[in-house]
Design a protein around this ligand. Structure first.
Ligand code: SAT
Ligand code: MN
Length: 597
């Protein structure tokens, strides 16, 4: 097959790579994606005509689609995700590793003819605003039209990418659902393969994904590129690729502050990114909800961009009560996967506002009633929405140079021990707070063993040894010096001994953000404790909020005995990284231990 004639690039290396992939996978045809609206509509209709999607009611949800996957392909597959660095040690103890030569051989073997009967799409995309100093480029080859239309929302797909690639290079991404069609064989509605491989070759800036059509397994710009490959690039080049939301706070005088925050899953990251402030005069705008790429700017400060162009969010739980701004981002031009379908052709999921419908088609395509005893939407059902549709998207969200970060926040879900907020003594201490961040499973008892440490919320997303990654944080602190962001640790989830939530959360979290900004400004105090600086009584603005003084004291309590009881778990966590656990981190641990007495 000759793929060169209608190719939009003359770059011989790209043409050769596309040719090679086509020769191996033998698609029926090759299509060069251009990212146009016309292309989106045509491929959306192709999915509908082929039976893998349906249009939602255009009066309720214009230009939006519903897809249903199969039960065997509903989430990222961490057990099948590999970092194929040259040396095993470079992947670290928390990643699966495979020798790159061996993995390529495995993938080559199973990929022979894997696109037969399908179209192979070549998708040029930018992660970040076109031409920006932090932006990177990629080309994803995929045999899934679902991937093409999702990538068009999540990344900036455009033929201009080929021009930028000449200057900046690109990440090679190969994706196949691994479901070839014999002559005359009819397609299924969600093709995928029982066998799955999500593989990363950091020394070649290459990603190869086989067998899944879902989310981060298939939309390779997201976790695979923007976190696993980019974290490796960032380490080498002295910048940061983080699993962080980015938001802007504006105070009543009109001054802006920019916050980047990392939380493990199920801690309300998307809610915080689109929070509606309850503090008079303070405004919050969203820049990103999942990933931040940050580079030191000419003035020495750290500048962040959101490399993505859309939100790939968990639908269940998203409501007018929990996150109205996310919900309003979904009014049109969206793709929904594994949500339920209402009788009037709209979407539904658990915890949506209003009464539970008496009849739905569930995510498996079956009739559903409240008596069914099963969830109507899959718990990991997703929406894909253009970020520009978010009513509180920041006007500078696509600024090529990014926004200067004032504050880093780490956090987790802890029903006890960890106060509402504490501030790190300095950046190295902040790096330690991120390295030891922990969360309880949502329904867990107060069992220290049940907590999961997830450094910087990057455990499944760091493309190299997590110990080296901790060192990178310390190195960035050195490089940024007194221009480094101030670091904080929050816990919105503390409960009383009787099990009552102490903090209202959601929009009222803006009160804690306000305190952080005032700390940056130096206009509000704090008291020193063994674990860090915490607000003095009265420092957090509680105007109009009904939280008692006792509850506030409980929220900010630091009990040294409780903290001491966690020291062993922290030490064990750090020691897991053996030789690569930075001395600087162990020093922080020893200093905490000494302060706790
Ligand atoms: O499926 S994604 O990797 O894009 C999202 C997630 O699982 O965190
Ligand atoms: Mn995420």
């Amino acid at each position: 097959m000759s793929i060169g004639e209608n190719a939009p690039t003359k770059n011989a290396e790209i043409l050769q790579w596309v040719e090679e992939v086509a020769a191996l996978t033998t698609p029926d045809k090759v299509e060069w994606s251009d990212g146009s609206k016309e292309e989106w509509s045509r491929l959306a209709q192709l999915c509908v005509d082929g039976g893998s999607a349906q249009w939602l009611n255009s009066e309720k949800r214009p230009n939006s689609l519903l897809f249903r996957s199969v039960p065997a392909d509903v989430a990222r597959v961490e057990g099948r995700t590999y970092i194929c660095s040259e040396k095993e040690a470079d992947a670290g103890p928390t990643n699966n590793w495979c020798d790159p030569v061996e993995m390529k051989k495995t993938l080559t073997d199973i990929s022979k003819g894997c696109m037969k009967g399908r179209t192979m799409y070549v998708i040029p995309f930018a992660m970040g605003p076109m031409g920006g100093p932090v932006t990177q480029y990629g080309i994803e080859i995929s045999d899934s039209p679902y991937v093409v239309i999702n990538m068009q929302i999540m990344a900036r797909v455009s033929l201009d990418v080929y021009t930028e690639i000449e200057k900046k290079g690109y990440v090679k991404c190969v994706h196949t659902v691994g479901y070839p069609l014999a002559d005359g064989q009819e397609d299924v509605s969600w093709p995928c393969n029982e066998e799955k491989y999500i593989t990363h070759f950091p020394s070649e800036n290459m990603i190869w994904s086989f067998g899944s059509g879902y989310g981060g397994n298939a939309l390779l710009g997201k976790k695979c590129f923007a976190l696993r490959i980019a974290s490796t690039m960032a380490k080498k080049e002295g910048w940061m690729a983080e699993h962080m939301l980015i938001l802007r706070l504006t105070n009543p005088e009109g001054k802006n502050y920019h916050v980047a925050a990392a939380f493990p899953s199920a801690c309300g990251k998307t809610n915080l990114a689109m929070l509606q402030s309850t503090v008079e005069g303070w405004k919050v705008e969203c820049i990103g909800d999942d990933i931040a790429w940050m580079k030191q700017g000419p003035d020495g400060r750290l500048y962040a961009i959101n490399p993505e162009a859309g939100f790939f969010g968990v639908a269940p739980g998203t409501s007018m009560a929990s996150n109205p701004m996310a919900l309003k981002s979904l009014d049109e031009n969206c793709i929904f996967t594994n949500v339920a379908l209402t009788d009037d052709g709209d979407v539904w999921w658990e915890d949506m506002d209003g009464p539970v419908p008496s009849h739905l088609i569930d995510w498996k395509g079956n009739d559903w009633t409240p008596e069914s005893g099963e969830k109507a939407a899959h718990p990991n059902a997703r929406f894909t929405a253009p970020a520009a549709q978010c009513p509180v998207i920041c006007p500078d969200w696509e600024k090529t140079e990014g926004v200067p970060i004032d504050v880093f926040i780490f956090g987790g879900r802890r029903t006890s021990i960890v106060p509402l907020v504490h501030e790190a003594f300095d950046f190295a201490h902040g790096a330690y707070l991120g390295a030891t961040a922990a969360s309880e499973p949502t329904a867990a008892a107060l069992d220290v063993k049940a907590i999961r440490r997830d450094p910087y919320a990057m455990l499944p997303f760091c493309g190299y040894d997590m110990g080296d990654y901790m060192q990178h944080w310390l190195d960035m602190g050195e490089k940024l010096g007194d221009k480094a962001p101030k670091c904080f640790y929050v816990n919105w989830f503390r409960k009383t001994a009787e099990g009552k939530w102490l903090w209202p959360g959601f929009g009222d979290n803006s009160r804690v953000l306000k305190w952080m900004c005032e700390r940056v400004e130096g206009t509000v105090g704090a008291q020193e404790t063994a674990i860090g600086m915490i607000p003095n009584e009265g420092d957090i603005d509680l105007t109009g909020l009904d939280v008692s003084a006792e509850d506030m004291a409980e929220l900010l309590k630091v009990d040294t005995a409780e903290w001491k009881s966690e020291l062993d778990s922290v030490k064990g966590h750090l020691e897991r990284f053996g030789d690569t656990c930075p001395k600087g981190m162990m020093d922080q641990y020893e200093a905490l231990k000494a302060r706790l007495g």
